[in-house]
Design a protein. Structure first.
Length: 447
């Protein structure tokens, strides 16, 4: 099967063919064609937004039926492309369906005192690791606000976006509002310079987003980056059930092979419970099943193609600046769940965001030392988790930690489908807001 660009329901074959490589088994059952010389029509606002939303309600029923009907094949395709276990994608599919079933709840999230209007032609640039949930939520949030949506997937996992847009573009009311762009970097740059889009939202690496930021600034197009995170946690002596906290941290740094923006990368632990938490983490990590992501019991599969060498290099560079590196092995695209114990501030793992199942843990005297260490060495600012029953500890961390989200005695990855998202610092701009706010313009009526 060859995936193609879809504009206004029409498929463009393109001229450059590229294979899709499955990171775990190396198979290439599909390929896609990069399109060139595309023409994007200027944005036309919906004449009746309420009528469009009624059409969306019908589209939701059709897409949910399709997702359930084709679920087995979709999950297999996505798991093969991303290399992460099928069970995680099944949870993402269930969450996406739940979001779509409650789509009308978006009306309640509009900022009060304003009119919320579409931004226009929106280019959504997606990362590779969670294609189901990010595509479903962003596409329908954008359509709900009356935008025309252009989906640009990662070339590593383009299939879900393709089938999602293919089904939606069959609906007459959406044919000219939902598009799928399989284009290379040069074509994307040409379209942005031509001001084909009114807004660009990118879930990419910092390097990619820096280039896009400069390009959009030159073209005078609004740009919003959602870059990678480097989330940490502090476990206080008053935290409570160490076994439960350990299990929570294990899932956070291994889900989707650790390739999630809001996965916990490092843990600062009160000295009095450091040994206990380290022991629990080792026991838990040792039991994590690894293997082919198509198997239901596997919790670690393979990293996205091209990402394993950098992750392995960060671990190796950190080893001289840590007490020890535990359980590390690398083979092709696979990296075992790894613990780095007591890294110093010189360890690369502390400064850099590693998209792999690797977690570092460090002993600190108290929460004040944890806060200071974070302030000095973490410039990302997506999220931070606090496990404590001490009100002063919680208040101090909440007030002094610079991040878009503070999780207090909660699983770092258990975020509501309609909750605000976003970071500060190197992770993003402006902090968290709901996606309907990100993809719409506010108009203040001054009476």
């Amino acid at each position: 099967m060859i995936l193609q660009t879809i504009i206004n329901g029409r498929r463009y074959a393109g001229s450059i063919r590229k294979k899709i490589v499955h990171p775990y088994n190396g198979k290439t059952p599909r390929s896609f064609m990069y399109a060139r010389g595309l023409a994007i029509d200027p944005f036309e606002a919906p004449k009746d937004i309420d009528a469009l939303r009624l059409e969306l309600a019908q589209a939701v029923k059709k897409i949910i039926y399709y997702l359930k009907k084709e679920q087995k094949q979709i999950l297999e395709d996505v798991s093969n492309e991303t290399g992460s276990p099928i069970a995680y994608h099944k949870e993402d599919m269930d969450a996406s369906i739940s979001f779509l079933e409650n789509l009308q709840a978006l009306k309640k999230l509009f900022p009060k005192g304003y009119l919320s209007e579409p931004k226009g032609n929106i280019l959504l640039i997606f990362s590779a690791n969670e294609p189901i949930i990010t595509t479903a939520i962003l596409v329908f949030s954008s359509l709900f606000m009356g935008n025309s949506v252009f989906v640009k997937p990662s070339s590593k996992s383009p299939t879900f976006g393709y089938i999602f847009v293919s089904e939606l573009s069959k609906i007459p009311a959406l044919k000219k509002r939902i598009h799928y762009l399989l284009i290379h970097e040069e074509e994307a740059e040409r379209l942005i310079r031509a001001r084909s889009f009114d807004f660009v939202l990118s879930f990419g690496s910092r390097g990619t987003n820096k280039k896009l930021s400069a390009l959009c600034a030159e073209a005078e197009i609004e740009f919003l980056p959602e870059s990678e995170g480097n989330d940490w946690a502090y476990v206080d002596r008053s935290a409570g059930d160490i076994k439960k906290i350990s299990a929570c941290l294990e899932e956070s740094f291994t889900r989707h092979n650790g390739q999630m923006c809001n996965a916990v990368r490092g843990v600062l632990v009160h000295a009095s419970i450091y040994d206990a938490l380290k022991r629990e983490l080792k026991q838990g990590v040792a039991k994590i099943p690894c293997g082919n992501p198509a198997y239901g019991n596997a919790k670690i599969g393979a990293l996205l193609p091209g990402t394993a060498p950098r992750a392995a290099q960060i671990v190796k560079e950190s080893e001289p600046h840590a007490e020890s590196v535990w359980n590390f092995s690398a083979d092709g695209n696979t990296i075992s769940p790894t613990l780095i114990l007591k890294p110093t501030e010189k360890a690369a793992i502390v400064r850099e965001s590693i998209f792999a199942p690797v977690l570092w843990i460090k002993k600190v005297k108290n929460h004040a030392e944890a806060i200071n260490f974070y302030a000095q060495h973490n410039k990302h600012g997506l999220g931070f988790s606090v496990f404590s029953k001490d009100k002063k500890v919680i208040d101090d961390c909440t007030r002094r930690i610079k991040a878009g989200r503070i999780n207090i005695n909660r699983h770092p990855l258990h975020i509501g489908l309609f909750d605000p998202l976003g970071g500060v610092g190197l992770s993003g701009r402006g902090g968290p807001s709901r996606f309907v706010e990100k993809v719409s313009n506010r108009k203040y009526i001054n009476l």
